[in-house]
Design a protein around this ligand. Structure first.
Ligand code: FA5
Length: 339
């Protein structure tokens, strides 16, 4: 029985077969259990001899089964490892790499420039109150200048901000002039009920700038805007200042840059004028200062609001503002930048 058992165990080539053998040899209905069960019928002399003999066989078979099980487990493991081998020499699949959106790159570049000039960057809410968006900016209800910025209203007093200028009032209110001048920029999204076309979007970006101190002049404004234009567009780009009107600045100017697409000759991008409007600016209106609790007799300065969308169009020769918002990867991937 033992020899046959050992042979069968050796021959078992998988765990299932080995288990069947274990049940057959050592199980409740197996021959050894039967012998052990019959011990009680034997004489006192025979019982210890037969008992220890049977137990010895049981032990031998049992350890042979355990050994064979180890061998089989090892084989299974080796089969699996061979199957799962990783070929470290295979070339990797390239992971797609994203890039910051070109508008964000443009805004980041501007932020960096202004931070270098000593400005702080402040944020403000996109859902704004009528109070800050208009009243504080010297645009009372029923003032015709409200038509300049067609507005998405949420309630009677809440709206999607139409410009980043409310952040002028917010920072004027907060600033402690005993600690020095106020120099801030505030980039962000703004919303208008404009009809979308090549140069207008109902949602676009602005970057507000505000400098308030005791002796700030129009020459400081002009110098600052020239630095910005040269930094972004290079020395060869021309800028043009035109008198303009904003309720919150006096005097007000509008700044145009020679059209990128046609070198100033006139094309669809610039509506055949050779110039593209990129920002509005001016000297802060005394009403804006006094409404925010700043004495216009003592303090004054300039403000500007530029359009990063228009900047990016000019800089990269994009001839339709809608490209920025359509999320076409073929368009976006043209502006890869290391991050
Ligand atoms: C304003 O919004 C003023 N708050 C700017 C300002 C700030 C003036 C501080 C004086 C002092 P305006 O509506 O012109 O002004 O918009 C400013 C800039 O935003 C424009 O020069 C243009 O570059 C951009 N812009 C305006 N409308 C759109 C539009 N629909 N789509 C894309 N860009 C636009």
């Amino acid at each position: 029985l033992k020899d046959q058992g050992l042979q069968d165990i050796q021959a078992a080539d998988n765990q299932q077969k080995l288990n069947d053998i274990r049940v057959k040899l050592l199980g409740k209905k197996g021959p050894i259990t039967e012998v052990l069960r019959g011990l009680k019928d034997l004489s006192n002399e025979e019982r210890p001899q037969v008992g220890s003999f049977a137990n010895k066989i049981k032990g031998d078979l049992s350890s042979a089964i355990d050994d064979q099980l180890k061998v089989l487990d090892q084989k299974t493991l080796q089969r699996r490892l061979a199957h799962e081998t990783i070929d470290v020499t295979l070339p990797g699949r390239p992971a797609p790499v994203g890039t910051p959106h070109i508008l964000n790159q443009t805004i980041d570049d501007l932020e960096e420039l202004f931070i270098g000039l000593g400005y702080e960057v402040i944020d403000g809410p996109e859902v704004e109150t009528d109070h800050y968006n208009f009243e504080m900016m010297n645009i009372p209800r029923n003032h015709p200048a409200r038509d300049m910025q067609d507005t998405f209203y949420i309630t009677h007093d809440l709206l999607m901000r139409t410009h980043t200028s409310p952040n002028q009032a917010r920072s004027l209110e907060k600033h402690d002039f005993s600690k020095g001048p106020l120099k801030m920029i505030s980039p962000g999204r703004v919303y208008r009920r404009d009809n979308d076309d090549a140069t207008h979007s109902h949602q676009f970006n602005q970057l507000e700038g505000l400098v308030i101190d005791k002796h700030v002049t129009m020459a400081d404004l002009k110098g600052t805007l020239e630095v910005v234009a040269r930094h972004v567009f290079g020395e060869e780009r021309e800028i043009r200042l035109r008198p303009s009107y904003f309720p919150f600045t006096e005097p007000s100017i509008e700044v145009d840059i020679s059209c990128f697409a046609c070198g100033g000759k006139g094309c669809r991008v610039c509506k055949y004028t050779g110039w593209i409007e990129v920002l509005g600016a001016g000297m802060v209106h005394p009403n804006v200062l006094s409404r925010a609790g700043v004495d216009p007799q003592v303090y004054g300065g300039f403000a500007f609001g530029l359009g990063p969308d228009r900047f990016a169009m000019l800089k990269y020769g994009v001839n339709d503002i809608r490209e920025f918002y359509q999320n076409d990867l073929r368009f976006l991937h043209q502006f890869q930048r290391e991050v």
